[in-house]
Design a protein around this ligand. Structure first.
Ligand code: ATR
Length: 273
C-alpha cells in the first residue's frame, strides 16, 4: 500500500488525512495518508526517513513550505515562482519533484465552485508573505484587469511585484493607500484573520456584489469573512474549498486521477455547522 503524509507544525487539526482518505475511497486508489508533527529543524531527517521507508508523496504545510522548496530536486514552474512547495512527489528515478498546488486550488474554488470570474476583475490581495506568493502566479494567469498587493510592510509587497512582473500586471501599496479604491475580489492572505485581527480596511473598498475570500479557514466565520458579510459581499468565503482543491491537485500529481471535490467540500462544510 502506497504511503503518503502531511508534515507540519502544528498538525493535529489538519483535515488533509480526512480529505485524502475520502479521495482514495471515491477513486478506489489503495493509499495510506497520515499526519505527522514535524518541526522545521528536523524536516530534512523526517523527509529522508519517510522516503527511505517507501513513502511516495508528501504534503508540507506551515512552517515547512519554504524548506520543502529548497529540498525538492526538481520544481514545477509555479513552485519555482512561489518559492514554496506544498507537495513533494517521488519520481521514478527516486528524485523529488516539488509542486505548489495552493494557487490553482484557490482559482479552481473561486471559478469552478463559486462561479467567480477573475478575468478582467479588479483583484486586491491583503498580505505579502508566503501565502500571497503561492497564489499570485495562478491569479495573474487568469488576466485580472488589475492585481494590487497591499501590505503592512510595503517593501515586501513591492518585492512581489518585481518577482511576478513577467507574468502580468501587478502593483503594490500600503494599507493607507486603499481609501478611494475599489475591487471586485478581495483576498485575505494575511495571517491576522485567524487571531481575529484585520488590516485597516476602508468603507466601499469592495465593489457592489463583490467577493471576499479568506485563505484561512476555521469552524466559525473568520474576522475577514465577517467583514465581507458586513460589506454585503456577493460571496464571503473562507479557504475550506481551496484546501480541498489543492489536495485534489496533489492527489492528481501522485496518482494521475482527479477526484471529485464537491462531495468532499459538502461533507466538510456540513461537519462544521
Ligand atoms: P504566511 O506564510 O501565512 O503568508 P508570513 O509569510 O509570515 O505568513 O506572512 C504573514 C502576512 O500577514 C504578512 O503579509 C504580514 O504583514 P507584514 O509583511 O507587514 O509582516 C501579514 N500580517 C500579519 N499580522 C498582521 C496584522 N495584524 N495586520 C496586518 N497584516 C498582518
Amino acid at each position: 500500500i502506497d504511503q503518503y503524509a502531511v508534515f507540519g507544525q502544528p498538525i493535529k487539526h489538519s483535515k488533509s488525512p480526512r480529505i485524502h482518505r475520502l479521495f482514495a475511497e471515491q477513486t478506489g486508489e489503495n493509499i495510506e495518508y497520515t499526519a505527522r508533527e514535524v518541526p522545521a529543524d528536523t524536516f530534512d531527517e523526517a523527509v529522508d526517513q519517510f522516503f527511505a521507508a517507501g513513502g511516495k508523496g508528501l504534503n508540507c504545510t506551515v512552517p515547512l513550505k519554504e524548506l520543502a522548496w529548497r529540498r525538492a530536486e526538481r520544481l514545477t514552474e509555479r513552485a519555482r515562482l512561489s518559492k514554496a512547495v506544498n507537495t513533494l512527489a517521488q519520481q521514478e528515478d527516486g528524485s523529488l519533484l516539488g509542486d505548489n498546488t495552493d494557487g490553482i486550488g484557490l482559482v479552481t474554488d473561486l471559478t469552478r465552485n463559486h462561479g467567480i470570474t477573475l478575468t478582467d476583475a479588479r483583484v486586491l490581495i491583503l498580505g505579502a508573505g508566503g501565502a500571497s506568493r503561492g497564489i499570485i502566479g495562478p491569479i495573474l494567469e487568469c488576466k485580472p484587469s488589475r492585481l494590487l498587493i497591499a501590505n503592512r510592510t510595503v517593501a515586501k509587497a513591492e518585492q512581489l511585484t518585481e518577482d511576478f512582473a513577467d507574468i502580468g500586471k501587478i502593483s503594490a501599496c500600503g494599507f493607507d493607500h486603499l481609501p478611494g479604491q475599489q475591487f471586485d475580489l478581495i483576498l485575505n492572505a494575511t495571517s491576522a484573520s485567524l487571531s481575529n485581527q484585520l488590516p485597516p480596511l476602508p468603507e466601499r473598498l469592495l465593489a457592489e456584489n463583490g467577493c471576499c475570500y479568506d485563505l484561512a479557514y476555521a469552524n466559525e466565520a473568520t474576522a475577514f469573512v465577517r467583514w465581507g458579510q458586513l460589506q454585503n459581499a456577493g460571496h464571503s468565503l473562507d479557504g475550506l474549498g481551496m484546501l480541498v482543491e489543492q489536495a485534489a491537485e496533489a492527489f492528481y500529481l501522485w496518482r494521475g486521477i482527479r477526484p471529485e471535490t464537491r462531495p468532499v467540500i459538502a461533507l466538510l462544510n456540513a461537519e462544521r455547522h
